[in-house]
Design a protein. Structure first.
Lengths: 354, 386
């Protein structure tokens, strides 16, 4: 999805290259690169891409926003850009205006439930929330007696237990203990409890696909430089075939994630077809992350196992992203159940409908 | 810098859906008439010729070719729909498949006008079957080691030598083959091979069927003894076949037949587990469906890029690599997932039969039309590694 002709994506890529260069970030001893990066992203209107202009956002199309998230994956970006975009999108579903700083969304794990109490407060625990400790607000899907609600909550009003993802990005537990939201509205009729998970899952799929594209590029580059047994390791057939397999995994991830993003961008509701597209992307991208990261590390040898090399920014993030918004095992079971319930002769028509 | 892989999310255009309905209705009629049994892919059927003519009569052969040669000037995406519906139904396409996919396009590009006018309309009517003569006893993946010789004689060429593993040669009307017209050179070991159109009725051609591990005998040894091929049957440049091979391969490599060859065992698994599968079976089915959907989206994307006049050679090779490995593993994964299914014969007998057949077919899937190793070499070259 290398949409360099897309001005929104090109803007994002330029900011990533200027202010989140992986070498600089990897070698930075502190977080001083974060503030200028976030400021540039905000000035370009990227965190609130999916918020309408009358709600304080930049009103970009879903397709453009997905392109930005894919580019963020290619950059191995470790700030809550995708999360803030998802939060802005979620709040906009209920017509709630977005605040201007970094946000995240909850819940992320399919089993976690946040309850809307009769007194208008929220209760529950949401685990594995990306960047909760770095966000000022959380956009929340809550289950009330009268259906789903979408709420904006200040992180300062919640208890946050810090955790880390495989890539050492914040992945925290949020406890809502009768928290009063800053804003809350009923979710629209077409919005069901899986919509946030599917949307988040597609975002993660695009990020994984982007990370795999970068793993492929730096692995091919390394194989063309590194000499062993008196020749470039790119000349060994075993290495060539491993890299061809990595290209296949990157290709599968890119195709699945792009297809799902396109499906959501052109759909009016989250029906069976979107379910197939979105969960297939998450399942296949997670599988590709495992196979692709293993090959990228194998090609790099010991240097890729060091913290000073940039490879882990992509490999560990791609592996970590598998766990957000429902992992591949969860979605495979859900998809398998739906396929079985539809019956054997309805499987091909479903696949062929996409 | 590696060239970026492209898999644009191309969708089949709306006109394809009406076509899909027509194809499904046609196939249902053929099943009802007993031409083939969609649940028994191992049954060869004996009306592949008649089926081929009826498919031709529907306008589904030579779909993308110019009307002057009997074609229908429709899009590659429409052809894609016909191909995938026939494959999923296990329809007996063997009489026309090679001619429609590969041989026709080669003739369109390289044959003289009078031969195009003669043969292409007959392919479109489903009347002729083609074989492809590439492999020889001592040259398989290494195409350019071919030794079967074409020696210049008055008005044509005399062919001597043999081809092997040639699918459908025992029933084919024509073969498109490469023969050695000159030795290779030091500078270019691919030099010296020429592509020919061969009428299989030519005296001096003997076809010996070879039985396969599936029990079928679809491929053959073809022995040429002073078989005469006229000058106007040379396709393209003499000694320059190597220049002609690449662009058509994208069509051959990325179609739905590259991941749907054993699809029937997945359908039958879903039938056998019933509407309420246990967690293990549900997860396994879910993963397989996600993988299938992904490959189909990759394959449609390549078809769309081809339709738009691009040459996605690396992307097409990736589709075949991933697709054939998947369809090869599929019967084994399905066997795993069916291990705890209640063995009520009513839901299990068909699956067991199908698995037995698919497991025997599986080894060839990563060999025919370019081995996995050859494909990965092509992908590696595209990545800038060779």
């Amino acid at each position: 999805m290398a949409d360099n002709d897309n001005i929104v994506v090109a803007t994002a890529e330029r900011i990533f290259a200027d202010l989140a260069d992986p070498q600089t970030v990897t070698h930075s001893k502190d977080a001083s690169w974060r503030a200028p990066l976030w400021q540039a992203l905000s000035e370009a209107g990227l965190p609130l891409s999916w918020v309408p202009e009358n709600c304080n956002g930049s009103g970009a199309s879903l397709a453009d926003g997905f392109g930005v998230i894919n580019a963020a994956g290619r950059a191995g970006l470790s700030v809550p850009l995708a999360e803030t975009m998802l939060a802005g999108w979620l709040l906009a579903q209920a017509g709630i205006a977005s605040p201007s700083d970094a946000m995240t969304v909850a819940p992320s794990l399919p089993k976690d439930r946040i309850t809307l109490n009769d007194d208008g407060t929220l209760s529950g625990v949401a685990r594995g929330i990306p960047f909760a400790s770095e966000a000022r607000h959380i956009a929340v899907v809550a289950n009330g007696a009268n259906g789903l609600a979408i709420a904006l909550v200040a992180t300062a009003d919640c208890r946050i237990t810090a955790g880390l993802s495989l890539a050492s990005d914040a992945s925290d537990t949020i406890t809502f203990d009768k928290v009063r939201p800053a804003a809350i509205k009923p979710a629209p009729r077409a919005f069901d409890a899986t919509a946030l998970l599917l949307m988040g899952g597609v975002a993660r799929s695009l990020q994984i696909a982007g990370a795999l594209e970068s793993m492929l590029e730096i692995s091919v580059g390394y194989a063309n430089e590194r000499v062993a047994f008196e020749k470039k390791i790119a000349k060994f057939q075993a290495v060539q075939h491993n890299l061809a397999k990595l290209a296949g995994e990157a290709a599968a991830a890119l195709a699945a994630a792009s297809s799902a993003a396109d499906a959501i961008a052109n759909a009016s509701r989250f029906g069976d077809a979107i379910f197939l597209e979105a969960v297939s992307a998450k399942i296949r991208c997670a599988e590709a992350a495992e196979k692709g990261a293993a090959i990228a590390h194998q090609v790099h040898g010991a240097i890729g196992f060091t913290s000073e090399h940039i490879l882990h920014r992509y490999t560990m993030r791609a592996l970590a992203w598998r766990d957000d918004f429902g992992n591949e095992s969860h979605w495979a079971v859900e998809l398998g159940k739906r396929v079985a319930a539809r019956g054997a002769d309805e499987l091909w028509p479903l696949v062929a409908s996409r | 810098m590696t060239a970026a892989l492209r898999f644009d999310p191309i969708r089949l255009p709306p006109e394809c859906e009406a076509l899909r309905k027509d194809v499904r209705a046609f196939l249902a009629e053929e099943v009802a008439a007993g031409t083939f049994d969609p649940h028994r892919p191992q049954r060869e059927g004996n009306d592949a010729r008649g089926f081929s003519r009826r498919v031709g009569a529907r306008g589904w052969l030579g779909m993308t070719w110019p009307k002057q040669y009997g074609g229908h000037e429709r899009s590659f995406l429409e052809r894609y729909v016909v191909t995938e519906e026939m494959r999923v139904a296990n329809a007996p396409t063997r009489h026309f498949f090679v001619a429609d996919r590969q041989s026709g396009p080669v003739l369109l590009k390289y044959a003289p006008e009078h031969i195009k006018m003669d043969i292409l309309p007959r392919i479109c009517r489903g009347e002729v079957c083609f074989a492809i003569g590439m492999s020889e006893p001592n040259s398989g993946s290494d195409l350019f080691a071919a030794k079967t010789k074409a020696t210049k004689t008055d008005g044509g060429w005399l062919i001597n030598g043999s081809k092997i593993w040639t699918s459908s040669a025992h029933v084919a009307d024509y073969m498109i083959a490469i023969f050695r017209t000159s030795p290779s050179t030091k500078e270019n070991r691919r030099h010296g091979l020429t592509q020919f159109l061969v009428d299989m009725k030519t005296p001096g051609i003997a076809v010996n069927p070879i039985r396969q591990i599936t029990g079928q005998a679809e491929f053959n040894e073809v022995v040429f003894t002073d078989a005469f091929v006229p000058d106007d049957h040379v396709l393209g440049e003499i000694d320059g076949a190597w220049k002609q091979a690449t662009s058509e391969l994208a069509y051959e490599r990325s179609g739905p037949e590259r991941f749907l060859e054993t699809y029937y065992v997945l359908t039958e698994l879903v039938r056998a587990v019933g509407p309420n599968p246990d967690t293990r079976a549900a997860e396994g089915i879910g993963r397989l469906v996600a993988q299938l959907h992904t490959m189909r989206r990759m394959s449609v994307s390549v078809a769309g890029m081809l339709q738009a006049g691009k040459e996605p050679v690396v992307e097409a090779s990736i589709v075949k690599d991933i697709g054939t490995v998947w369809e090869q593993q599929l019967p084994h994964r399905v066997r795993d997932l069916a291990a705890f299914v209640d063995t009520d014969p009513s839901n299990h007998a068909t699956l067991a039969d199908q698995l037995a057949f698919a497991t025997k077919v599986a080894p060839k899937l990563t060999i025919q039309g370019g081995t996995t190793e050859v494909l990965r070499g092509i992908i590696a070259r595209g990545l800038g590694l060779r």
